[in-house]
Design a binder for this molecule. Structure first.
Ligand SMILES: *Cc1c(COP(=O)(O)O)cnc(C)c1O
Length: 831
């Protein structure tokens, strides 16, 4: 053997997957990285050692993947997202590497608690909810389906706040997820790009006598790359997640220091670092926050400069940039990419407008996530002028050319021209980010069938009239690796045993193989045991945190998602209050005992959402301590709903509440996670609920409420919640009980904003859907009593969820939108 072979062999042992290799590596990482022996190691030491051990095993595959992609000049997907709500890495990376069982044995032989080590990981909460979690699921699926991809985003120092409940109210705590270090990331200090702000745009003539424009920013910050490896399941492909941290340029304080302005220098340094300091904790844009626009431009600019660097290094020119990259804009947050890519190509790489536009328009693709008017992002022209003067010029020029096209297409239709303009001229002038993204993109997609249809017929109707071929639907999905295998190992084992193999983990349609067994009483029995065990586990956990452990024999009815009026947690509450009243009136009522569990964060400035949280806790306090009702009902609030806590919740749910007003929830992904874990859904015809119901069978889904069309009709006809309140005695009783002060120690003012809003305005039509909701809940109550039937429905909910794997979504994007083909990163091919 040559020395080179020897060395390679050593490398292999160092990163081998055998029990001995893992054992050795774990102890080495504990000792040499952290200076600890087993005897004195803390939970965090053990977790870090495990994380480094796993990461070491991903590195060879990562470098190999990168090399293969590069050698093959692979077309690469660049997923631009201001949020990646990743959740803990350790358990998932072990699953994707296929080493969970060996690792567990190693831990046990060392006398360590494997689950506890996994539990010690603090999750990177770099997102608010559905949108950021989707980006994370897509990273998992891109790697698993072997698509060369880079995720680009922001490395926030503080992610989404931690939620604690004090006296029933939400209190926000800063999320210090980096305080113990982050073993998954690799800092690339040399991989940094300058990002400008402010200043002015100036005209000049280049050496060939061509008139040109350039940007003279008055502030420049540096974006430094932090890389995380994203491992595919059952493949050796490892993709890259590259997050940018803002820093002051290295040369930075000397200038100021020399003229003696020490304070000024330090201040500017702090200002530079502020950009990636904290995630905005709002599910929708906050008007006029300059820092947020800075964040968006910051990460978009770094990412595009990085793509350009890679392409120049590889080919020496940018003419084929759009062949090399498919850029996906996750909502409008990265839509400045259109203007920034134009600027880089025009000003820095001296292309003509037509050439730059051809490349830009064929590189970008845009996903719309919302129809709520308040969530359609706009920025004032004034702020743009001040922060991004050159980009505003470019946007004006894009708009001028675009509106000429619109005028030609729709002769004489001036109103349409005004509606479609990138600039909203009404009131203060504002840049419409969705229009910028749409004009600069090759494809525009909605995230569920209904959402895409509504997109085409309402907010983007004019664009659909002009470019119908650009519109697509790609229904969202979630990764079964995290949301079944990692979070519900008992269910995963039962499925694998019954199917006879674990192909379903990579191809979720294989769950259909279970279907012939849905009638099998033995399977139903075991299915139920798995569910009850998950409920028991959750119950124990809740008992430790909240002091109350719910009875796992009761029906677990769960609503876990961000708090928002359109998601209608108050509809759920109104039903609970109504039930309470029923039990009070008829103490011997025949009711299935239920535990209602809520989880979710409210945006810190969203008063009504915070009041809903308070009301849940207030209702819980009364119900849970009233012996007349607490044999039937319990109401719990699980604090700090995040990915980690979600993974405890989804497996334990019997009933999933997906009760948004029809037409408001773009897709939802929580609905999919619940169903995959065998929860039945009570839901409206909204977002992906419609498709879930079609897949699992209408008889296995509790449907209620108006359709989106009926909602539109009622609102057009003039919706009068007050009349409903007057007319419907049941409804009035529930609302009045809340305003009576019963849940607020006699205070009749506390919840008045909520009840008054329902009675007099009710923008999300809670009262209109209440009766139907109540009736369907009664059906749930009866259905749960027939255990065989319920178990059968539960099994069918899981077996028919194949469509909702994010692997399916990614394959649709790859084929229909990105035109990119999978590329195997086979380790056995020459290094
Ligand atoms: C899946 C998920 C969401 C999205 O839930 P919806 O019910 O689709 O709104 C939000 N937050 C977390 C932590 C999630 O895992």
């Amino acid at each position: 053997m040559s020395t080179a072979d020897n060395r390679l062999d050593e490398e292999r042992t160092r990163t081998g997957l055998s029990k001995d290799a893992l054992n050795r590596a774990f102890l080495d990482n504990l000792f040499y990285i952290q200076g600890r022996s087993l005897e004195v190691a803390t939970d965090n030491n053990l977790y870090q050692a495990a994380a480094y051990t796993v990461r070491d095993r991903m590195l060879e595959r990562w470098i190999k993947s990168a090399r293969i992609y590069k050698d093959q000049s692979a077309r690469t997907v660049c997923y631009l997202s201001a949020e990646f709500l990743l959740g803990p890495h350790l358990a998932n990376n072990m699953i994707n590497l296929g080493i969970t069982e060996v690792a567990r044995e190693v831990a046990e032989e060392l006398g360590l608690d494997f689950e506890r080590i996994i539990e010690s990981e603090e999750e990177p909460g770099l997102g608010n909810g559905g949108l950021g979690r989707l980006a994370a699921c897509y990273m998992d699926s891109l790697a698993t389906t072997q698509i060369p991809a880079i995720g680009y985003g922001i490395r926030y120092e503080f992610g989404i706040f931690d939620q604690v409940i004090v006296d029933g109210w939400q209190v926000e705590k800063g999320d210090t997820w980096l305080r113990n270090g982050n073993p998954w990331e690799i800092m690339r200090p040399k991989l940094a790009f300058p990002v400008g702000f402010g200043g002015y745009s100036e005209a000049y003539t280049d050496e060939h006598g061509v008139p040109r424009q350039r940007w003279r920013p008055n502030l420049v910050v540096n974006g430094v790359a932090y890389d995380t490896a994203i491992m595919g399941y059952g493949v050796t492909n490892v993709n890259l997640l590259r997050l940018w941290k803002s820093e002051a340029p290295e040369s930075f304080n000397f200038g100021a220091f020399n003229v003696g302005d020490y304070y000024g220098a330090v201040h500017a340094k702090i200002e530079a670092e502020t950009i990636s300091k904290v995630l905005y904790p709002n599910d929708e844009p906050v008007a006029g926050k300059e820092l947020r626009l800075k964040q968006q431009f910051f990460f978009v600019s770094c990412s595009l400069q990085d793509m350009i660097r890679l392409e120049l290094r590889h080919t020496g020119h940018l003419e084929r940039f759009h062949h090399k990259y498919a850029i996906q804009l996750n909502d409008t947050h990265p839509s400045l990419a259109v203007a920034e890519l134009m600027r880089l190509l025009l000003d820095d790489h001296l292309m003509t407008w037509d050439q730059a536009w051809e490349i830009t328009r064929n590189s970008c693709h845009f996903t719309n996530h919302t129809l709520l008017p308040e969530a359609l992002e706009t920025w004032s022209v004034e702020l743009f002028e001040c922060l991004l003067p050159r980009h505003l010029e470019i946007i004006y020029e894009i708009n001028r050319r675009f509106l000429d096209e619109v005028r030609v297409h729709f002769l004489g239709d001036d109103e349409r021209v005004a509606r479609m303009s990138l600039i909203d001229e009404q009131g203060g002038r504002r840049v419409r980010m969705a229009h910028l993204a749409a004009v600069g993109s090759k494809a525009i997609n909605g995230v569920a069938e209904l959402h895409t249809e509504l997109l085409k017929s309402t907010v983007m109707k004019d664009f659909n009239d002009l470019w119908p071929e650009r519109f697509h639907n790609v229904t969202n999905g979630v990764t079964p690796r995290r949301f079944i295998v990692a979070s519900n190992p008992e269910l995963a084992a039962l499925i694998t045993e019954t199917c006879g193999n674990d192909r379903w983990v990579q191809d979720l349609e294989c769950l259909r193989d279970l279907e012939p067994h849905a009638e099998d009483h033995a399977l139903q029995q075991r299915w139920r045991e798995v569910k009850t065990n998950a409920k028991r586990k959750l119950s124990n956990w809740l008992g430790e945190r909240t002091g109350f452990a719910p009875d796992p024999e009761t029906l677990f009815d769960v609503q876990a998602k961000r708090f928002h009026e359109y998601k209608r947690q108050h509809l759920n509450l109104l039903h609970i209050v109504w039930l309470y009243e029923q039990i009070k009136q008829r103490p011997n009522i025949d009711l299935t005992p239920r535990t209602f569990i809520f989880g979710g964060k409210a945006a810190p400035g969203y008063f009504m959402a915070k009041l809903m949280i308070k009301l849940i806790n207030a209702v819980g306090e009364v119900i849970n301590t009233d012996p007349q009702v607490n044999g039937y009902l319990r109401v719990l609030f699980m604090p700090d709903f995040n990915v980690k806590n979600g993974q405890r919740l989804y497996p334990a749910a019997d009933l999933s509440e997906q009760i948004s007003l029809a037409g408001k929830e773009a897709s939802g992904t929580g609905n999919m996670k619940f169903s995959m874990n065998g929860a039945l859904t009570i839901g409206t015809l909204d977002g992906a609920n419609i498709e879930i119901r079609d897949e699992v069978g209408h008889e296995n889904f509790f449907l209620f409420g108006m359709t989106a069309a009926e909602v539109q009709q009622q609102q057009a006809a003039g919706y009068e919640p007050w009349e409903l309140y007057q007319r419907d005695e049941q409804l009035r009783a529930a609302v009045d009980l809340i305003s009576s002060g019963l849940f607020s120690h006699g205070d009749t003012e506390l919840f008045r904003p909520l009840t008054e809003n329902l009675i007099h305005s009710d923008p999300f039509m809670v009262l209109a859907d209440f009766n139907d909701y109540r009736e369907r809940q009664q059906e749930v109550d009866h259905a749960y009593k027939d255990r065989h039937h319920w178990n059968r429905m539960s099994i069918l909910n899981t077996t028919r969820m194949g469509k909702f794997s994010s692997d399916r979504s990614i394959k649709e994007y790859a084929e229909r939108i990105w035109q990119v083909t999978p590329m195997s990163a086979d380790l056995s091919s020459p290094f």
